[in-house]
Design a protein around this ligand. Structure first.
Ligand code: UDP
Ligand code: MN
Length: 651
């Protein structure tokens, strides 16, 4: 008995020691994997070593840009736009040019590395299992930190994106009538141009694969990736090597930061397809998205078309279908918005495209020759912002049209914030100034009043728009009045009368009328806030007795009980004898005519103020602030001035 029992504690200790060593090694390995995975940026859904050379010859065409190809393009008369000098361009060198036998295809395109087609998500963290609680907690903390830094770096939760297949299929969202639509047998070929600057690996590659997986091979001439001087390591040689293995995908790199407009122009100059499809580097295409777009362009080569842009959530990567019908519009700050239309406004069938005063560049199909003939993107548009607004106005004024095609859907990642820094905070304003000065004619004053920063920049410098103006003349483009009459008659044209427009300043509080609910929402109560001076608080009392608010002038002051709320202004102007508001010049009071009450600013509701306003009852809500309608009294909180911030020069 004793002989057998003696070694037992010793063996148990040894066993425990071994188990401990084993557990520690597993934990160390998992931690090292986490730490180094971030450094190498290798996504789980892609081959871990995409740059490992295959021992035999690759069984796919090697896709590169070479000088030979460039020369060919020049001979075709498709010289790059004058703004792009050759020395700005750097091409991925051709390392192996061969003509391999076409590989057997699955679907429309095939990728050479089979592991990249893995559908399953690779778990990143061992959250279950043998690991002790402290280690797990530490790893969870680490994951949170990684999520935070990924969010900061990209503007979305890249860790979630990494776990999603590069080939995921979006749920069906098209109208049933779209599924039975028939398209011409011979549609024009398309070049999908994807510009990117420091895009995450997973979102960039999901965009590329999504195009390859959904676009019919007979219409997809190429996917052209254009690198706008990215700095992230994974977009360097790793990407070049990966692209070499994808059939029909080319990569062009710029050695200068071109910005969105310049980058797309470079892509356009290098593309060979009949139709250009510009696409952001974080999109996912729906089945059957390309054919409806090509069909509309084939019918009329001056038509510029967009799919319905669905939304991918930046946090969860969930797909959200956008409601139809809608169209793209803009306001007097030249900011773009999607405007939802009522079903009545779209009496035609649910598969009928809707004309759009403007479109975004997220996904945009345009005939290549029409694009070049209309002048392409304005090369003066720097880095990011408003380039698409400029193209939209130019297309309309110079002989084209724009529309959203509802049977085509592409989802775009709606980012939390813009991740890259722009070299100059005023870039957007500078780009908009180009639009205002080139295309808005006398209406540009309306813009400058609503964007005071742009006004001040414009006072000290003039944009160089000589080329653009020359182009406008050469193409015989129409004027902006024509645009407002024929393309966008619903855009309210402000009167901006001198003492009846500007920031609505309250003498008693020193604050201005303000709308905290954002710049396009409706229905919420009006507030007061420190005067911003930037033009966002601009409003006007027009000759119809409406107080129009905001850069679109689409929302009006409206009395709701004793509060002032914003509601959509009536589509048909109220008759002149029924104005809603009037300003009494001497007292500075703004009177609501139906109730005969005066506009009063309330900063902090308290007993003293209540006494001052004649003991008016406010239902016991002691902390409300904002714009109220109160019995008229001569006191500063009912005294208002429309403060003109800037006086732009005449037309
Ligand atoms: N982009 C670029 N150069 C830049 C800024 C952006 O090539 O200087 C690319 C970017 O990677 C994206 C597209 O242009 O694919 C549009 O930019 P972004 O997605 O930031 O615009 P948003 O969708 O936020 O309007
Ligand atoms: Mn985008």
């Amino acid at each position: 008995m004793r002989l057998w029992s003696r070694p037992r504690p010793c063996r148990r200790v040894m066993l425990c020691l071994w188990l401990l060593i084993l557990a520690l090694s597993v934990a160390t390995l998992a931690l090292m994997d986490l730490v180094f995975r971030d450094q190498t940026q290798t996504p789980p859904n892609s081959p871990r070593r995409p740059f490992q050379r295959l021992s035999g010859p690759p069984d796919l065409e090697v896709i590169v840009d070479s000088w030979d190809r460039l020369k060919q393009e020049h001979n075709l008369g498709l010289a790059p736009l004058s703004s792009l000098q050759e020395d700005q361009l750097l091409f991925v060198p051709s390392t192996q040019v061969r003509n391999p036998a076409p590989p057997p295809r699955k679907g429309s395109y095939r990728m050479v590395i089979s592991s990249a087609k893995k559908e399953s998500a690779v778990p990143v963290l061992p959250t279950h299992g043998d690991m002790g609680r402290p280690v797990r907690l530490k790893l969870e903390g680490l994951e949170r930190d990684m999520e935070k830094s990924a969010l900061q770096k990209y503007g979305f939760n890249e860790l979630v994106s990494e776990r999603i297949s590069l080939h995921r299929r979006l749920p069906e969202a098209r109208h049933p009538s779209c599924l039975v639509e028939r398209y011409s047998e011979s549609l024009p070929s398309a070049s999908v141009v994807i510009c990117f600057h420091d895009e995450a690996w997973s979102t960039l590659l999901r965009t590329v694969h999504s195009v390859l997986d959904t676009a019919p091979k007979e219409y997809l001439r190429e996917v052209l990736l254009v690198d706008d001087l990215s700095q992230h390591g994974h977009l360097k040689s790793v990407l070049s090597e990966y692209v070499l293995l994808l059939e029909g995908v080319r990569l062009v790199r710029s050695t200068w930061r071109l910005g969105v407009a310049g980058c797309r122009s470079l892509g356009a100059a290098r593309a060979v397809g009949e139709v250009l499809v510009f696409m952001d580097s974080h999109c996912e295409c729906h089945r059957g998205w390309l054919e409806p777009l090509l069909e509309r362009v084939a019918q009329d080569r001056t038509r510029v078309v967009s799919p319905i842009i669905d939304v991918i959530d930046w946090q969860t990567f969930q797909y959200n279908a956008t409601q139809w019908p809608h169209r793209g519009v803009f306001d007097w700050r030249l900011d773009f918005n999607w405007e939802t239309l009522s079903q009545q406004e779209n009496q035609d069938s649910p598969v009928e495209p809707v004309q759009s005063p403007a479109l975004v560049g997220v996904v945009l199909a345009i005939d290549r020759h029409f694009f070049q003939s209309v002048g392409g993107y304005d090369p003066g548009m720097l880095f990011w912002g408003a380039e698409q607004m400029e193209l939209s106005i130019r297309v309309w004024l110079c002989g084209g049209s724009m529309e959203v095609v509802p049977c085509s859907r592409v989802a775009h990642l709606g980012r939390h914030h813009q991740p890259y820094t722009l070299p100059d905070q005023d870039i957007l304003q500078r780009n908009k100034i180009r639009i205002a000065d080139t295309w808005l004619d006398a209406f540009r004053k309306i813009y400058y009043k609503r964007d005071t920063l742009a006004h001040f920049i414009r006072q000290s410098e003039s944009p160089n728009i000589t080329e653009l103006v020359r182009l406008k003349k050469r193409l015989g483009c129409r004027n902006f009045h024509w645009f407002l009459t024929n393309v966008y008659p619903d855009l309210y044209i402000p009167q901006d009368r001198p003492s009846l427009s500007g920031e609505l300043y309250n003498v008693g509080t020193g604050y201005c009328a303000d709308y905290p609910g954002g710049r396009g929402a409706q229905g919420a109560t009006m507030d007061i806030a420190p005067c911003s001076g930037n033009g966002y608080q601009h409003c006007e009392l027009n000759s119809m007795g409406e107080v129009r608010w905001g850069p679109a002038g689409r929302l009006c002051f409206h009395a709701q009980g004793e509060r002032v709320v914003l509601t959509p202004c009536p589509a048909h102007q109220p008759p002149r004898n029924k104005p809603q508001w009037r300003v009494i010049k001497l007292s500075g009071q703004v009177v609501h005519l139906q109730t005969q009450r005066c506009l009063e600013a309330v900063k902090e509701e308290g007993d003293k103020q209540q006494r001052d306003t004649g003991g008016h009852q406010r239902g016991g809500n002691a902390t409300q602030k904002g714009l109220f309608l109160r019995p008229c009294a001569h006191q500063p909180r009912q005294q208002w001035h429309f403060e003109q911030l800037v006086v732009p020069k005449g037309a």
